[in-house]
Write a protein that binds this ligand. Structure first.
Ligand SMILES: Nc1nc2c(ncn2[C@@H]2O[C@H](COP(=O)(O)OP(=O)(O)OP(=O)(O)O)[C@@H](O)[C@H]2O)c(=O)[nH]1
Length: 562
């Protein structure tokens, strides 16, 4: 088992490490002219480490300025200050364009667009500046057809969540892209918050702690991505870069609490439970890096998140293999979270060109799908518990039925008879009340003789036959019980008395006709109006039954066997 756990863990880690593997910056080429559509500035741009703060004054001054700069091979994810230089030219008619920095948090961005005609456009954007487009860094620029421009961007940040990308896009296309992306982002946030609140409510009624941890995990996920998409900036003008990775450190902590409880990992896989707890502690220990080493917080959070995903995935797969049904959705959920990473991975290590445009949005959508599938997993667990509860209830019902039934005849037994007398029999009644309750106490005559003469099987047959007779002839308003041995009881109302006398006479005839010539039925009646306790009912009916038996003996109707 331990070997399987470690193998699965290693496989999951190898898969995931590629996800956050730091890619080299795209190869930089010298200035070239551009196509008329969206322009990716990395392709054919030059990247420099920004040592000087000042922009050159003019278009013509740029080559000299460029010659003095220190080229950079790649943007470091631990942050830095960079220049990106790129030549722009298009042959179409569009004049309204947008410079769109994307794919990462970028603290400050200042750009100048130098025209060969001498005109210079200046723009500021990034985390610290107001945005022209909701949740996006895009800034409008004017580019005349058949005119050469040089775009110089200075961007700096204490960290980059992934490699920043810079594009120049026709304004109409950009507006369309922003509208679609924002709709998806807000839909994802709406789903996350709705699921979190719903699961909090479910917790209040089920008291299942996995539901509570899941709701908190969703809230942390919501806050984490709200920071990534700058929702606090957009809605409250609130900026605090140190807080961005706090909820990301809390994700492994809260989700581990959730799956430890949900998969009952302590019970079924103590080793994985222990490793998961170590990762929780690691996440909490590394969390202060958000405040003291913000440049490394992103990478450190990625490490604990990677361990968390690997541990959760392996735990889910092993739980599923063990036959725990809700673990299927759990595994699907984590696959949904990891798939965006796998799509991004081949491009990151240069195996393919970029497969996806917007890694952050894709990850948010993957996370929302993960949240939805985890909600399915929880619903499946509730379904499983309710099925278990139904099974227990059915078993309990069967056991109760058995406890109340006489095995030989299928009639109610003494326990059922006494339960009825103790709980439902109405003792207060007028003597002439036809609706008052009553009992018939019956003793079968001749069972011992039949046993002794023909064997116990014949005696059993007599008992069964008598019970069938009671069921068939006593009417719906009467209930028959076998109280033990050859004693029976009938619970009914006084109104039914004539029917019962007639039924017993008839059954007696049936027994004799069936060959039990020694058999007979002695009985005594007691009415509710005569007693106030179940024991009184027994005393009175028992006395009358013996009187009946004696009178039958005297008249020769009963064989004197006992
Ligand atoms: N075949 C069979 N016999 C049973 C069962 N329960 C009790 N008995 C027997 O029934 C007999 C009852 O004895 P008695 O009470 O003397 O029965 P009786 O012969 O009808 O005589 P009285 O009831 O006194 O008229 C005993 O021999 C018990 O062993 C049973 O489930 N099956």
């Amino acid at each position: 088992m331990q070997r399987i756990v470690f193998r699965l863990l290693a496989a999951a880690l190898i898969l995931l490490v590629g996800w956050w593997h730091t890619p080299l910056y795209a190869e930089l080429r010298p200035f070239t002219s551009l196509p008329a559509e969206a322009m990716d500035l990395q392709q054919g741009g030059r990247l420099y480490i920004a040592r000087s703060q000042t922009f050159p004054e003019t278009y013509q001054g740029l080559p000299a300025w460029s010659a003095q700069q220190n080229p950079a091979e790649a943007v470091a994810l631990t942050g830095g200050d960079y220049w990106l230089l790129r030549e722009l030219r298009h042959e179409g008619n569009t004049t309204d364009w947008v410079l769109d920095p994307n794919n990462s948090l970028i603290d400050r961005i200042e750009a100048r667009v130098y025209s060969e005609d001498g005109d210079v456009q200046v723009l500021h954007t990034g985390y610290q500046h107001d945005h022209e487009y909701m949740l996006h860094y895009g800034k409008r620029i004017q580019l005349q057809p058949d005119t050469t421009y040089r775009l110089l961007v200075r961007f700096s940040s204490p960290y980059f969540s992934s490699h920043p990308e810079f594009e120049v896009i026709p304004e109409t296309d950009y507006r369309h892209k922003v509208a679609i992306e924002n709709a998806l982002v807000l839909l994802a946030f709406g789903s996350l918050i709705a699921l979190a609140i719903f699961n909090l409510f479910v917790f209040f009624s089920t008291r299942d702690r996995s539901q509570l941890y899941y709701a908190f995990y969703l809230l942390a996920y919501f806050v984490a991505w709200a920071f990534v998409f700058h929702l606090p900036v957009e809605f409250f003008g609130y900026r605090n870069i140190s807080l961005h990775y706090v909820p990301f450190f809390l994700l492994p902590v809260l989700n581990t609490l959730f799956y430890l409880e949900f998969l009952k990992l302590d019970q079924y896989n103590p080793l994985l439970a222990k490793l998961s707890r170590c990762n929780q502690v690691l996440a909490l220990l590394l969390l202060p890096s958000c405040f003291f080493a913000v440049s490394y917080a992103h990478s450190l959070a990625t490490v604990v998140i990677t361990f968390w995903l690997a541990l959760a995935l392996v735990s889910g797969i092993l739980s599923w293999r063990r036959g725990y049904r809700p673990a299927r959705y759990f595994v699907f959920a984590f696959v949904a979270l990891i798939i965006p990473g796998l799509l991004i991975l081949p491009a990151n290590i240069g195996l393919t060109s970029e497969l996806v445009d917007n890694a952050e949005l894709l990850t948010l959508l993957g996370g929302t799908l993960d949240a939805l599938l985890l909600a399915f997993a929880l619903a499946d667990k509730i379904k499983l518990l309710s099925e278990q509860k139904d099974r227990y209830l059915n078993n309990l019902n069967d056991a109760l039925k058995l406890a109340n039934t006489d095995g030989l005849t299928g009639l109610g037994n003494r326990y059922a008879f006494d339960t009825y007398l103790d709980n439902f029999f109405q003792f207060s009644a007028e003597a002439d009340d036809e609706a008052q309750q009553m009992i018939f106490l019956i003793d079968l005559d001749g069972l011992k003789t039949i046993n002794d003469t023909y064997g116990h099987t014949a005696g059993d047959e007599l008992l069964r036959l008598f019970a069938d007779g009671l069921r068939a002839h006593c009417g719906e308003d009467s209930d028959s019980y076998r109280l033990g041995g050859d004693e029976f009881g009938i619970l009914s109302t006084r109104r039914q008395e004539p029917v019962l006398h007639e039924a017993i006479r008839h059954i007696e005839g049936m027994l004799i006709a069936a060959g039990f010539k020694e058999a007979g039925v002695s009985y005594g009646v007691a009415y509710a109006s005569e007693c106030s306790l179940p024991s009184h009912l027994f005393t009175i009916s028992d006395r009358r039954m013996y009187q009946h038996k004696l009178s039958r003996r005297k008249s020769g109707g009963v064989a004197a066997t006992s």
